[in-house]
Design a protein around this ligand. Structure first.
Ligand SMILES: Cc1ncc(COP(=O)(O)O)c(C=O)c1O
Length: 416
C-alpha cells in the first residue's frame, strides 16, 4: 500500500521495516513516533551522493527533528549539523557533533548564544544583520579570537512554498538584502574579530519546484563573483535547506534533480557547497502511531474520528493546513467512508486530516499518520497538559524507545 519503510500485509497490518506497528503500540503505547533508521540512512545518503561530484558537506538541520537518537544516527553517517538556537547547539554537541561540524543560523541570536558560538569556534555563524556582525566582532575580539562567519543573504526570491515557511522574500524577516551584502563583506575586512568564510541563503521549506532554488544558486554564484572582484576569498557557499517531499503522492524533486538544478551555477565558484536539508532527510522516515479514542457521527454528516494524538504531536495541519496521509494499521473489512480525523484538544483547528475516506474505524483501532518525521516531534507541545509523546527507532528488525513518554511529574517539574 505504501512504499518505503512502511509496508502493509494482511497478517500483521502496517509494519515498519518488518516490525508490526501493533507490536510497538502494545508495548510503547500511543501516541508514538516510529522512525525507520534505514529510511533516514537512505535519505541522507541519496542527498550526499547527489552532490558527490563536488566538494560539499551535508549539515542536517536540527530544527526538523533533533531527538538525540536521530542525530546520532546522522552523525554516524558523516553528517554535519545546522542549528538554529543555543538549545539546538547544545543538543548537537551532546549528540557528538564537533563544533567544526556545526553551522549556526538564526534570525535572532542572544548575546549568550553568540558568545557560546564564538567560544566554541563553530564552522560558521550565519549572521543575519550588520548589527549582529558588529556584536560577533566585539565578542570575538574580547576573546582574542576570530569568528568564522557567513552572511545570510536574502535574494528576494519566492520559494513558492506556504507563506509561513517562505523566507527568501524581501518582506520576510530573514537575512540581509543581497544587494547590500557586498558592502557588508567589504566592511568585514575592517573587523578584526571576523573571518568571512562563506555566504548563506535559505529561501524556505517544502519547496517542490527546483526553479526558485536554481535562481537562488545563480544569485549566490554572482555574489561570490563580486566578492572575488573585491579580493574577498571565501571557503563555502551554504545553500540552506528547503527541498520538499511528497506528502500526497504528487511528484517532488529528488536530491539528484535538486543538485542538477543548482550545481551548474555554484560548482564553478570553486567553493565547497554546504547544504542544510531537514525535512527531506527525516519526513518520510516516520509515522505518528495513534489510537482511535472516539467516533462521533450525528445526523447524516461524516464521522469525526477522534485520535489520542493531535496538534500537540503534529501541529503542521493546524499551522499550515498541511496534508498527511492517514491509514488504518489493520484495516477492517467494509466500505470506505468519509470522515474527519481529529485530535482530542480543545481547538477546532486540532484536525489531523479533513475530508478523508477511510475504512471503518472503531474505538481502540490504531492509525498511522504518515511522513511525520520532520516538524512533528520537534514542534510538539504540552498544550492541554498533554505529555510529550514517545519516540521509537526501528533498525534491523529490532526497535527501541529513543525518547520515552513524558510523565506528568516531569511536566510540572519546573514549577513550584
Ligand atoms: C536556515 C535553515 N536551514 C535549513 C532549514 C531546513 O529546511 P528543510 O527542513 O525545509 O530542509 C531551515 C528550515 O526552514 C532553515 O531555516
Amino acid at each position: 500500500m505504501h512504499t518505503g519503510a512502511f509496508a502493509f500485509d494482511t497478517a500483521s497490518g502496517l509494519s515498519c521495516d518488518g516490525v508490526p506497528l501493533a507490536d510497538i503500540a502494545a508495548s510503547a503505547g500511543t501516541p508514538t513516533f516510529v522512525y525507520s533508521a534505514e529510511a533516514i540512512r537512505g535519505a541522507w545518503r541519496r542527498f550526499d551522493a547527489a552532490f558527490g561530484a563536488v566538494p560539499h558537506a551535508v549539515h542536517y538541520a536540527l530544527k526538523a527533528n533533533s531527538t538525540l537518537g536521530v542525530l546520532r544516527l546522522l552523525r554516524g553517517l558523516g553528517s554535519g549539523a545546522d542549528v538554529n538556537s543555543g538549545g539546538e547547539l547544545e543538543v548537537a554537541l551532546r549528540a557528538g557533533f564537533r563544533p567544526d561540524q556545526v553551522v549556526f543560523t538564526g534570525v535572532g541570536k542572544t548575546p549568550e548564544e553568540l558568545d557560546r558560538a564564538v567560544s566554541l569556534g563553530l564552522k560558521a555563524i550565519n549572521a543575519e544583520s550588520p548589527g549582529e556582525l558588529e556584536r560577533i566582532d566585539a565578542l570575538a575580539r574580547a576573546r582574542g579570537a576570530r569568528a568564522r562567519v557567513a552572511v545570510r543573504l536574502n535574494p528576494d526570491i519566492d520559494a513558492g512554498a506556504h507563506p509561513h515557511i517562505s523566507t527568501g522574500r524581501r518582506v520576510n524577516k530573514f537575512g540581509v538584502p543581497i544587494e547590500l551584502g557586498r558592502e557588508l563583506y567589504r566592511q568585514m575586512a575592517r573587523m578584526p574579530g571576523l573571518q568571512p568564510v562563506g555566504v548563506h541563503v535559505h529561501i524556505g521549506s517544502q519547496i517542490t519546484d527546483v526553479a526558485p532554488l536554481r535562481r537562488t544558486a545563480e544569485a549566490v554564484a554572482e555574489f561570490v563573483g563580486w566578492l572575488g572582484e573585491d579580493g574577498i576569498a571565501i571557503e563555502h557557499v551554504d545553500l540552506g535547506g528547503g527541498l520538499g517531499v511528497s506528502y500526497d503522492g504528487a511528484a517532488a524533486p529528488t536530491p539528484a534533480e535538486y543538485a542538477a538544478a543548482v550545481l551548474p551555477a555554484v560548482a564553478p565558484t570553486g567553493c565547497t557547497i554546504l547544504l542544510e536539508p531537514g525535512r527531506a532527510i527525516v519526513a518520510p522516515a516516520a509515522v505518528l502511531l495513534a489510537r482511535v479514542i472516539d467516533v462521533k457521527r450525528f445526523f447524516d454528516a461524516h464521522a469525526f474520528v477522534v485520535l489520542d494524538a493531535g496538534m500537540t504531536e503534529l501541529i503542521r495541519p493546524a499551522l499550515y493546513g498541511a496534508y498527511h496521509r492517514i491509514s488504518a494499521v489493520a484495516p477492517r473489512a467494509g466500505a470506505v467512508a468519509a470522515c474527519e480525523v481529529v485530535g482530542p484538544l480543545c481547538e477546532s483547528s486540532d484536525v489531523v486530516g479533513k475530508n478523508r475516506r477511510l475504512p471503518p474505524l472503531e474505538v481502540g483501532d490504531l492509525v498511522a499518520v504518515h511522513d511525520t518525521g520532520a516538524y512533528g516531534s520537534a514542534m510538539a507541545s504540552t498544550y492541554n497538559r498533554r505529555p510529550l509523546p514517545c519516540e521509537v527507532m526501528v533498525d534491523g528488525g529490532r526497535w527501541e524507545v529513543i525518547k520515552r513518554r513524558q510523565t506528568v511529574e516531569e511536566m510540572v517539574g519546573l514549577e513550584r
